[in-house]
Design a protein around this ligand. Structure first.
Ligand code: GLY
Ligand code: MN
Ligand code: MN
Length: 477
């Protein structure tokens, strides 16, 4: 069934701000997909809906206005040579965002015209049956790829260089004056803005040989788009965060003095995998005692001791989207009065910032609110100075496909953005670190705490730890 999707978007760069319609023709059959190799089909998160992919591509072309966009996929890693921690292939984020595919050696070409229909061409490596016997079924050029992406024109990757040469035959064309916009897994030397061709990469080199073509990076365009999540992205992100909150609860119920940090890590990552998370969004941080004051400690080797605090900063990745949730727990089940006082201070600062979230506010303003709270409520907790002095990192970052997701920080909050709120106080002299981190969706009127499923107050943390201890005593855990 052929399908036409109309996407309304503000025309970028016209100066008029008048909405116009960019029509993305999806002249492909949206049939059920037979094998779905290379498109997250069969994965717990499933494939990205074709209408979403088409809308993302159309919005990107609106922003670019005119030019040729080339987005390359990631390449396979060498399992023995590169020593990747996790041997499975992970797609380049921008390529996945625009195609939903997990294929290596692929490229997406989009042609943005102001005076005619846009074009989308997908290049995929031809299938190699002998290789597939080792590594499994791959997606080749053909109808299945068209159905999964909504891109009717799917060609063998081998044709890319020849096609680009043909496209640039008329270098005086308005398209080339619109520039060449490169994204995805492009070698760094090609990412820079360059009027002269100076990338010798065999894949994009021929494109850059277009005399006089301006070369721009795709990054700012797609980052600005990825900053505001669409419905499918939010579905994935919510699930990643729910799984991570469950892992926090499981860790709280399991924790007891004498456990090694890696045992808690195992509880956490077991929960991730059994709930369908395909990898960690970043190395799990489980820092006890002195390690609670090391911001990105991820060795997770120490044996916990009675009275320790444990910082657990973790994030499941689900369908290419990652959570980032931190809880700090007393491994013996009860905070000491001093630990509790510091914890309540951090929690209060976090709540003050969360309460201020709404469209129009900036990340810098939120940080100032959290710091002011600390300055006004520290009392003598941190000696002569305010505990704000021991809050040694930023309050927030964007969250999405990357844990520190793409997007400029000078943009005020808008509905659909997701950010972390994560104040902390670190006192290495006492081996006492507290960080509390939640993930918040900006709504039309405020903020929704997506990670509310992970207990956060002193009473809620202690109650869950006590119920875990009771279960252990009864032999149920
Ligand atoms: N987990 C890294 C961070 O919170 O920024
Ligand atoms: Mn974190
Ligand atoms: Mn974070």
């Amino acid at each position: 069934m052929p399908l036409t999707v109309e996407i309304r978007a503000l025309q970028n760069g016209s100066g008029s701000g008048t909405p116009r319609v960019r029509t993305a023709l999806l002249a492909c059959a949206l049939l059920s997909v037979a094998s779905g190799a290379s498109a997250q089909v069969g994965s717990p998160a499933g494939a990205v809906p074709v209408d979403r992919l088409a809308a993302r591509r159309a919005a990107l072309l609106e922003a670019i206005g005119r030019g040729v966009v080339v987005v390359r996929s990631a390449e396979e890693r060498n399992l023995e040579g590169d020593y990747p921690q996790d041997s499975d292939f992970r797609q380049d984020n921008d390529f996945f965002y625009l195609t939903g595919l997990e294929s290596a050696g692929a490229a997406l070409v989009l042609v943005a015209r102001t005076d005619g229909p846009d074009e989308a061409i997908l290049y995929l490596p031809a299938r190699q049956p002998a290789k597939e016997q080792w590594t499994g079924e791959a997606l080749g050029p053909g109808a299945e790829a068209a159905a999964l992406t909504g891109i009717a024109d799917v060609r063998p990757a081998e044709r890319f260089a020849e096609d680009m040469a043909r496209l640039r035959a008329d270098t005086a064309s308005p398209l080339w004056r619109g520039g060449l916009v490169l994204g995805g897994a492009v070698p760094p030397a090609c990412r820079v803005r360059a009027v002269e061709p100076r990338c010798d990469d065999a894949f994009v080199g021929p494109a850059l040989a277009a005399a006089g073509a301006e070369v721009r990076s795709l990054a700012p365009y797609v980052a600005s788009q990825r900053l505001v999540k669409d419905a499918d992205e939010l579905k994935r992100l919510r699930r990643a965060i729910d799984i991570t909150a469950e892992a926090q609860r499981e860790a709280m119920r399991s924790a007891s003095p004498g456990m090694y940090e890696y045992e808690l890590e195992a509880v956490i990552e077991y929960t991730f995998r059994r709930r369908g998370a395909e990898r960690v969004g970043f190395p799990s941080i489980v820092g006890s005692g002195p390690n609670s004051t090391v911001l990105h400690y991820d060795k997770n080797r120490r044996q916990t001791r009675p009275g320790d605090l444990v910082v657990m900063d973790i994030g499941a990745e689900y369908g290419y989207y990652t959570a980032d949730v931190t809880r700090t727990i007393p491994v013996s089940g009860r905070f000491t009065p001093r630990q509790r006082a510091i914890y309540e201070l951090v929690l209060g600062a976090q709540q003050a910032a969360i309460d201020a979230i709404r469209p129009g506010v900036s990340v810098q303003e939120l940080e100032e609110i959290a710091r002011r709270y600390m300055r006004e409520h520290s009392g003598g907790l941190c000696g002569d100075s305010s505990c704000d002095r021991y809050f040694i990192h930023g309050l927030s970052h964007w969250l999405g496909m990357d844990v520190h997701d793409v997007g400029a920080y000078d943009r005020p909050l808008a509905p659909g953005m997701v950010l972390t709120v994560e104040p902390g106080v670190y006192l290495p002299g006492e081996g006492l670190g507290v960080r509390i981190e939640d993930d918040v969706l900006v709504t039309a009127t405020g903020g929704e705490v997506l990670s509310a499923g992970a207990p956060r107050t002193v009473a809620a943390v202690e109650a869950l730890m006590a119920s875990g201890a009771r279960e252990r005593a009864a032999g149920a855990r």
